[in-house]
Design a protein around this ligand. Structure first.
Ligand SMILES: *Cc1c(COP(=O)(O)O)cnc(C)c1O
Length: 398
């Protein structure tokens, strides 16, 4: 199918499927393969020449037709050239960065980045002689003043998955490109459906497929989508590091992909409804959700995103941590666990201060992160309401 003139919901339904080639079965089969056999010695030799093509099946690690169905689908939906599936979102982050840098290079990294990505820069990159400078996520075109001659990439994550600042990606991309640096974006929050990162000037878009693409909290997956200009560079980087994605997990990614739009619509609705309700609560100092009209990032979000996922944050008024613990313990519908993007609601305490160096996190009270799942909104609100009652009882008992 030629994706260019189709609308997103049609693409989600039809990309990456060729029933005629597979006995009429609607979905591509799961190829379990390491060895790929060649017809003759000539095609065996040719495998080396063709292996950079996104559709080349040459060895299990480089992917099978199952992998390619997912890679092509995500890339086409987002508007990139091609996709590369790896075993986790973090592998997608680190392999993308590694593809661009060598000893002596410099990386600009948003201060709002996913914690383990920061840890990678501070440990592995530093160990190999690559310097990282963290920058204010709201820097916009002033990023130009931080770009050095040896700056190879500007890494963005918008909105930040703990503090939810929306970055001005087009302004950052313009400044980066003028100085010869590539722009990488962790687009997990926006998904390939709600944020068309390549239209914003991004060169490499990174997805923790583990989150909404898999969508059911039951597999780990990373997907890197690149522009044509950078495909070979990143493909070679991923290949040299030995990354791969397991066939059954890729299949779960493809299965999740089909319903991305209907699920996200409900995550969006529930997330905004919860965030709006929380804004009215006396215990809440601030809600961090770019789809709220009074959020500082709202205008940029409206310009660059066509929807919101279910993940957002909030800051409580100063209160003893033990009272917050009373609220969190005994919640019936919100699971407590890292990750997000599954069908179910989650809540975790966050500590933004511990993962920032370029900017201050000056909130006074404790902060929380909520993932609004697909449950009924009345039940989700009632459960939080009971939680606030426990919090208030604990405060009163002090
Ligand atoms: C979860 C997450 C990742 C890492 O994904 P894994 O599949 O858990 O390795 C990367 N970036 C963001 C923004 C995430 O939330």
């Amino acid at each position: 199918m030629s994706p260019s003139h189709r609308k997103p919901n049609t693409l989600l339904t039809h990309l990456g499927r060729e029933p005629k080639k597979q006995h009429g079965a609607v979905n591509p089969p799961v190829y379990h393969a390491s060895t790929i056999l060649f017809e003759d010695v000539e095609s065996l030799r040719a495998a080396k020449e063709i292996r950079m093509r996104p559709d080349a099946v040459t060895y299990g690690r480089m992917g099978t037709p199952t992998t390619m169905a997912l890679q092509d689908s995500v890339a086409a939906l987002e508007g990139g050239y091609a996709g590369i599936a790896v075993s986790s979102g973090l592998a997608a982050v680190t392999a993308s960065i590694m593809s661009f840098v060598q000893a002596g290079d410099h990386v600009l990294m948003t201060d709002s980045v996913y914690g383990p990505a920061r840890a990678f820069c501070d440990s592995t990159l530093a160990k190999f002689g690559v310097e990282t400078t963290y920058y204010d996520p709201l820097i916009g075109s002033d990023i130009a003043s931080l770009i050095r001659e040896n700056t190879k990439i500007v890494f963005t994550e918008s909105p930040g998955s703990q503090t939810f600042e929306v970055q001005d990606i087009p302004a950052i991309a313009e400044a980066a490109h003028a100085a010869g640096a590539a722009v990488l974006m962790d687009n997990t929050w926006g998904t390939p459906l709600y944020c068309k990162s390549f239209e914003l000037g991004v060169d490499v878009s990174i997805h923790a497929g583990t989150k909404y693409i898999v969508g059911h909290s039951d597999a780990m997956l990373g997907i890197i989508v690149t522009s044509q200009a950078f495909y070979e560079k990143v493909r070679r980087g991923v290949m040299s590091l030995g990354h791969s994605a397991a066939p059954d997990d890729v299949f779960l990614g493809l299965r999740g992909f089909r319903t991305l739009s209907v699920r996200l619509e409900q995550h969006h609705k529930n997330g905004v409804a919860l965030a709006t309700w929380l804004q009215q609560r006396p215990e809440v100092a601030r809600v961090m959700h770019p789809a709220l009209p009074d959020d500082p990032g709202h205008e940029l979000w409206k310009r660059d995103f066509s929807g919101a996922c279910g993940l957002f944050g909030l800051v409580l008024h100063p209160v003893a941590q033990s009272a917050v613990d009373q609220m969190l313990n005994h919640l019936e519908l919100y699971g407590m666990g890292y990750s997000w993007g599954g069908f179910e609601s989650l809540i975790v305490p966050t500590d933004p201060r511990s993962i920032r160096t370029a900017t201050d996190w000056n909130a006074q009270g404790p902060s929380l992160r909520i993932h609004a799942g697909l449950e009924d909104i009345d039940d989700l609100i009632a459960d939080l309401e009971a939680g606030f009652e426990r919090l208030n009882r604990a405060v009163a008992a002090e």
